[in-house]
Ligand binder design. Structure first.
Ligand SMILES: [Fe+2]
Ligand SMILES: [Fe+2]
Length: 395
């Protein structure tokens, strides 16, 4: 490992390249369990090293799961059937329901999409970078466009993963419910893309770490790993991010859009908890359960530490600010702190509920400050409306 002093002596460009490689090496070093490394490792090479999501060409993922048919159409899971009913009743049309006529000016400080206190600009000033008020506004525009672009890419992952888990799931009521989630995710792709395209006029490429998670769960042939990856981890991440933005944005169209999306996402995580609780606690061997427990801890860390918006850094400060200073700016941003709180207060209780927070891993969660969320309500006890009410009360 290169020492800090040695790093500091390198020319800025070389130093940034070295920093990027050290960070990638760090991710691989964290994958200690060989089974977790087998699952996340190849996806890590494709996403972080080869940057497959940024090659400007479509990406194909080989999928090898079994599509499960049942010709007897059993009524086999009353809770999933109920969720299916609620999902049908909760459908909405993104074209007609949202106030698309709203004029959105991302540079207008009177109606901030992201409030200025989202970022602590004094960190930039310590590195000699002073932005004018107009540049602050422009920077926040970039940052929110980056966030929403990652939401959009995540939604594409969710659309394709929802289709896969609908094929693979063995509950017939789960298949019916799954059909509604496919439509939900299609609608989310539609509305986020429309907002970025017609209101923010900006779209960023997929973040390498998000690509790794999507790659890992698209290519894993085990249905429950897809569920765990998509319905618990990525949906948890999404709820954290959507919830934070819903809470802080003053832009009325985006607020309404997020409100509608959050209600759908609450059902998706609920479904994940229903499908996995029984499977993990009753049908898996202890060794299989442990593998999933380790896997979800690694992915939680990846989500906590790795979404550093380097795509925005490259556009704004590459060459002017060291990468480690950028990491500090993003990690210490009050808005990002809020995002981690909302995300983990949803995610950790869900992991507990499906049997992936045994005593064996609690010390690991505690060491990264995540055990404090373990007592919260899991998704099967929390409706979208209750979630929104909590966010409104805290806003
Ligand atoms: Fe979604
Ligand atoms: Fe979803």
């Amino acid at each position: 490992m290169l020492s800090e002093t040695l790093l500091a002596k390198l020319p800025a460009r070389v130093r940034n390249t070295v920093d990027r490689w050290l960070e990638i090496a760090d991710v691989f070093r964290e994958l200690k369990d060989p089974r977790v490394a087998r699952s996340l490792g190849p996806a890590g090479v494709r996403g972080l090293v080869l940057q497959r999501g940024k090659q400007g060409t479509p990406t194909t993922f080989p999928a090898s799961h079994a599509a499960y048919f049942d010709w007897t159409y059993p009524s086999d899971h009353p809770d999933m059937r109920e969720l299916y009913r609620r999902a049908k009743a909760g459908q909405w049309d993104g074209e007609t329901l949202l106030p698309w006529h709203t004029s959105v000016d991302p540079l207008n400080p009177e109606v901030p999409i992201l409030p200025p206190q989202f970022i602590d600009f004094s960190i930039l000033e310590r590195h000699g970078i002073r932005l004018t008020p107009a540049e602050h506004q422009k920077f926040l525009h970039s940052l929110v466009a980056w966030m929403l672009s990652q939401f959009l890419h995540g939604e594409q992952g969710a659309l394709q993963a929802a289709a896969q888990v609908t094929e693979a799931v063995q509950f017939f009521d789960g298949k019916l419910y799954g059909g509604t989630q496919v439509v939900d995710e299609a609608r989310h792709v539609e509305v986020f893309h429309r907002y970025l395209d017609t209101k923010l006029d900006k779209l960023y490429q997929v973040n390498d770490n998000l690509f790794v998670i999507i790659d890992a769960l698209m290519t894993d042939s085990r249905w429950d790993m897809k569920f765990l990856g998509m319905q618990i981890m990525v949906e948890g991440l999404a709820l954290g991010a959507f919830g934070t933005l819903y809470k802080i944005t003053h832009e009325p169209l985006l607020k309404q859009l997020l409100k509608m999306v959050i209600q759908d996402e609450a059902r998706h995580v609920h479904y994940g908890v229903l499908a996995l609780r029984e499977h993990i606690t009753k049908h898996l061997s202890e060794s299989e359960r442990r593998e999933r427990e380790d896997w979800s801890f690694e992915v939680a860390l990846l989500m906590r530490n790795r979404f550093m918006a380097y795509e925005v850094y490259e556009e704004w400060f590459e060459g002017a600010l060291p990468r480690e200073a950028w990491r500090e700016l993003i990690y210490a941003a009050p808005g990002m702190e809020e995002f981690r709180t909302v995300m983990f207060s949803r995610l950790v209780p869900n992991l507990r509920e499906i049997g992936l927070l045994s005593e064996r891993v609690q010390a690991r969660y505690a060491s990264v400050g995540l055990m404090k969320y373990a007592g919260g309500l899991a998704a099967d006890k929390l409706t979208g409306d209750a979630m929104l009410a909590q966010l409104d009360a805290a806003a």
